[in-house]
Design a binder for this molecule. Sequence first.
Ligand SMILES: [Zn+2]
Ligand SMILES: [Zn+2]
Length: 136
Amino acid sequence: MNEKKMINHTGSCICGEIKFTVNLDEKPRIFTCHCVDCRKKLGGIATIIQLREGALKVDESKLSKHTHNGGSGKTITKFFCKVCAAPLTTYVEKWKVSYLYAGLLDSISSLQSAKNIFYDESHFPFIKINENETIV
Ligand SMILES: [Zn+2]
Ligand SMILES: [Zn+2]
């Protein structure tokens, strides 16, 4: 096992009902998703951070959830604040991975790069991205 340096972050939703801490890698895997599901769920594109198991500490009793079928036929579940509906995480059954909506972090200055996904399939025509941008 190679020792990863983990950094503890804090975050909250807009109404403050959800407060959480999360351990992220120094360079976490971050994706900006242009897919139709995110568009319909959130009204626009979403920037999400792949979480390691157990990385997120949150009072789950304060969350609501909504499950739908993804393109693979497996489920995708979005967890969000019961009060203000801010999205906290999405769980993708196909990958057995949870992703944190990056915008809920109190500080976003350490998020240096994100990989654009589902850009070719679906994106707002006015959003131009640098195709050479890679996640490191
Ligand atoms: Zn998406
Ligand atoms: Zn809230």
